[in-house]
Design a protein around this ligand. Structure first.
Ligand code: GDD
Ligand code: MG
Length: 361
């Protein structure tokens, strides 16, 4: 079975970290999201993944080379400066996907524990052209929302309904099985939204089904959601992750990648994810935070609830309040304090205290 992974969006809400990597390459507990996706697809009997990307996303993915778990991986690239939306890339990849059997389509920015085999079986049992994985959430308004009738038939699909207008709490989890006939519903050569143009039409024609999931589902669209996803996975891995530190204290759960060094009297955790080769000095406190690879944290720094980009350097006694995001290779000089919600652009140098949170470029 084949799967198409949509990964050509721009992730504006995760700037400045998304300036240098697509969302699908954001590490979740030190493993790029795309690697988690490949792993789950391979376990579910998928043998080929087609990455629907833009040229830049393709560049970053090729550079990073996430392990493929035996999957054959192909790229299908949106035309230069013409993003195709969420359905256009499916049409563009039609020859790669083939006309013989149903295939999976995934949003590449979702961490989800979905049984794709069961999704496929649900699809096969009905005459649906599309079967959408549905997940129940408290506030459905920033998602696609489905209204079910007669068990699992979707009567209405509304993308991002206005407050109070959502017909249910069942949202589009961003994982579908589609039959090849879907290609006839997508105009070629332009941006098409599957949520706004294709699903409502299929719902009207009675060809849209829902598959309700109940496992873990997380969207990493916003910084808070990204940190939360790391926390949830840390919790689920904590038992396998016991380490015996030398000279520093650990408050589980934490995850330290290869080559991480930590100085004396530092306290790491709870909920600290530290990327490959990061260097942490002495008397440092890190909690509820994610540090990307090669980050350097000098003595006495205090980080809580923050995301530190690749190779960023945090000076001595720096204090970063919750919600701070430090871009790749940025430098925060000694003794600087950043208030809640500050965002520092890649390679930016900050040498004075910032009093009010803003994007610093
Ligand atoms: N190749 C390509 N080209 N991919 C794209 C493009 C494009 O022009 N635009 C978006 N994508 C990819 C994104 O990278 C992402 O993986 C996926 O398509 C969905 O786009 P988002 O921009 O992340 O949409 P959303 O999060 O606002 O809403 C979607 O996901 C929700 C679940 O998180 C919708 O599918 C909702 O209905 C759904 O509930
Ligand atoms: Mg999204």
């Amino acid at each position: 079975m084949k799967a198409l992974i949509l990964a050509g969006g721009y992730a504006t809400r995760l700037r400045p970290l998304s300036c240098a990597r697509p969302k699908t390459l954001f590490p979740i507990v030190n493993k790029p999201l795309l690697q988690w996706i490949f792993e789950r697809l391979a376990k579910n009997g998928v043998d080929e993944a087609i990455l629907a990307v833009n040229a830049l996303t393709q560049f970053y993915i090729r550079q990073q080379k996430p392990p493929r778990y035996g999957l054959k991986v192909k790229f299908s690239i949106d035309p230069p400066k013409k993003p195709l939306g969420t359905a256009g890339p499916i049409k563009k990849a039609e020859k790669l996907l083939g006309y013989n059997e149903p295939f999976i389509v995934l949003n590449g920015d979702i961490f989800a524990d979905i049984n794709y085999q069961a999704l496929l079986e649900t699809h096969r049992k009905t005459k649906a052209l599309a079967t959408i994985t549905l997940c129940s959430v408290d506030d459905p308004c920033s998602f696609g929302v489905a209204e079910l009738v007669n068990g699992n038939s979707i009567k209405r699909f509304i993308e991002k309904p206005a407050k109070g207008q959502a017909p249910s709490n069942l949202i589009n989890a961003g994982a579908y099985v589609l039959s090849p006939k879907i290609f006839e519903y997508i105009p070629a050569g332009r941006a098409v939204s599957i949520e706004r143009e294709v699903f409502p039409k299929l719902a009207d024609e009675g060809k849209l089904m829902g598959f309700c999931m109940n496992g873990l589902w997380m969207d990493i669209g916003k910084p808070q959601e990204y940190l939360e996803a790391n926390k949830v996975i840390l919790d689920s891995l904590a038992m396998k992750n016991q380490i015996s530190p030398e000279g520093f204290a650990v408050k589980q759960p934490i995850a330290l990648d290869q080559g991480v060094t930590v100085g004396e009297k530092s306290v790491i955790g709870p909920y600290a994810v530290v990327g490959k080769n990061a260097k942490i000095g002495s008397n440092v406190r890190i909690s509820n935070s994610v540090l990307f690879a090669e980050a350097e944290i000098a003595d006495g720094a205090v980080l809580n609830g923050v995301i530190i980009g690749e190779g960023a350097k945090i000076g001595k006694n720096v204090k970063l309040d919750p919600g701070c995001i430090v871009g790749d290779q940025a430098r925060i000089k000694d003794n600087v304090c950043l208030p809640e919600g500050s965002a520092i652009c890649p390679a930016k140098e900050v040498s004075e205290n910032v009093l009010k949170a803003k994007l610093n470029c």
